[in-house]
Every structure is written in C-alpha cells, then in structure tokens.
Ligand binder design. Structure first.
Ligand code: IPE
Ligand code: IPE
Ligand code: MG
Length: 269
C-alpha cells in the first residue's frame, strides 16, 4: 500500500514480451456454492473448500513460474447475498489473513489487497496493511486478492483521484495518467484470465485491465480446480495468437508495437 511501484505500460499501447508462461494470471473463483450443493452441504462448506484451492493454486503458480496471481474473492455485488453468507465470507477472509501471513512470508510471496476493504472492519484493514508491509519486499510471486472489488469502483476512484490531482485542468487526461491510479498499479495487465464455474462473464472484475487479456472459461467448479486444471488453461493459452490489433502476418514477422504513437490513426509508415 505504501511503497512506490513501477508503472507498467498498458498492453493496448505496448505489447508485453512473449514468454512461454503467462506472467500474470487473474482468476474469478466461481462455483463454491454449486460444489457444496452437489454434496448436500451448506454453501459455506464450498467456500471453506475454496480457500484450500487458493493454497493449492498459489503453490502451482509458483511451481510454474507465474509472477502475478490475482484472485477475485468478493465482489462489490456480493453484498447482495444473504447476510449469513456474507458474514461467513468475511470471517474466512479474516481467518486467512490471520493464519497465512507467516506462510506467505516464508514462501517469499508478496501479498496485495485491492478493493474497498473498510466495510470489512478495522481488524481486516489492520491485518491487510500488516500483511502487505511484511511481504512487500518479496518477488517470487505477487498474490493479489480482490476483496469488495468492482471494476467500475476502481475506474471511478482513479478518475476522482486524477481530477483532484489536477484542479482546473482543461486538457484531456491520457491513459498513462489514469492507469497508475488504478488499484492494480503494481502489476502488468493479466495475460490469462480464468473463470471457473461455467459462467462466461466478467462480473465487474478488472474492467480496464482485461482489455487484451486472453479469456478462458471452464465448467470446473472452483473447489475442483487443481494444478492439472491450471496446466490445461495454460496449454490453451499457449495456442493463442496475441495480435493486439495487428494482423497475423505482422505478428509472425515479429512486428513490434512499442509506443502509443503506433496507435495514431494518422500514422502512415
Ligand atoms: C464463488 O462461488 C465465491 C464467491 C463469489 C465469494 P459462488 O459462491 O458464487 O458459487 P456459485 O456460483 O453459487 O456456485
Ligand atoms: C464473481 O462471482 C465474484 C467472485 C468470484 C468473487 P459471482 O458468483 O458473484 O458472479 P455472478 O453474480 O454470478 O456473475
Ligand atoms: Mg457464483
């Protein structure tokens, strides 16, 4: 929360280097409730099991050399759920923070939390701050948890900051001015997005950042998602051709798109 982070260029302006493994994987962990229902268990049993999957997938990401893993844990729309379920989800988040800080630190994982966590209470805010500070220097994996996060909330808070930073400005703002004010300014944009649970929607996740992310949907329910499932998603990713607006021929000829001027409609060369 406190340290200064490098600003990554927008992938719509600069193509990230092609490397064998996606640098940043962002996941909507969906299907906990259905997993529990299938077993005649209460929905919260699915959420508990889902926390175990978080541990397994985090470890799998480290083993695969993924640098950034971002997980959607609670959306700004999830407040609409029954109060009882909301409070169990909050408790699980609090317990995970309490129990995992040491483990994250020992495993050289940097933790970041994005979203408006104040409504979760002082204890959560305090623990989140402590966990982020304690793990800030780690570089093996950056694990970002999106809690009470919404893509629209993120865009609005960034625009509000920008306007406050430039009172009276009449010129247009640019992407480069807005992007560093978004909650995920500590990571490059996701290369691979995964949604478990069969739905094919973004559900107000990283609206800005998913502009050119490869989108992978699997019917597998989150508690059933394992290392093998992650590898399957990555195999699928390897087969994508990331064109970022260019033709296939340009991509295959190694055509680079390196600056925002390349996006100018008046460019002739
Ligand atoms: C995802 O699983 C977890 C959260 C949204 C917190 P769900 O609880 O949405 O599970 P389904 O979609 O009802 O099966
Ligand atoms: C998205 O799952 C949010 C999280 C996984 C935290 P939901 O289950 O809430 O999504 P919708 O409402 O079905 O789109
Ligand atoms: Mg769901």
């Amino acid at each position: 929360m406190t340290e200064k982070k490098p600003v990554f260029p927008s992938s719509t302006l600069q193509v990230p280097p092609t490397c064998s493994i996606p640098r940043h994987v962002a996941i909507i962990m969906d299907g906990n409730g259905r997993w529990a229902k299938k077993r005649f268990l209460p929905r919260v049993a699915g959420h508990r099991r889902g926390v175990e999957t978080v541990r397994d997938v985090t470890k799998a990401c480290i083993d695969l050399g993924i640098e950034y893993l971002t997980l959607f844990a609670f959306s700004s729309e999830n407040w609409r759920r029954p109060q009882e379920e909301v409070s169990v989800l909050q408790q699980l988040f609090l317990m995970a923070l309490e129990q995992e800080i040491g483990k994250l630190d020992r495993n050289a994982i940097r933790l970041r939390i994005i979203g408006d966590i104040e409504p979760f209470g002082e204890r959560v805010v305090e623990l989140a701050k402590r966990a982020e500070e304690k793990t800030a220097h780690h570089t093996r994996l950056t694990l970002t948890i999106a809690a009470n996060y919404g893509g629209r909330w993120d865009l609005l808070q960034a625009v509000n900051k920008l306007v406050r930073m430039h009172p009276g400005r009449t010129e247009d703002f640019t992407e480069e001015m807005l992007a560093p004010l978004l909650a995920m300014n500590h990571a490059p944009e996701p290369d691979l997005f995964i949604r478990t649970g069969g739905e094919q929607r973004i559900s107000n996740f990283l609206l800005w950042h998913l502009a050119y992310t490869e989108l992978y949907f699997t019917p597998k329910l989150w508690p059933d998602f394992d290392q093998k499932s992650l590898k399957e998603a990555i195999e699928w990713y390897f087969a994508r051709e990331r064109r970022f607006g260019r033709t296939s021929e340009q991509v295959n000829n190694g055509g680079e798109l390196v600056s925002s001027s390349d996006l100018s409609p008046n460019r002739t060369s």
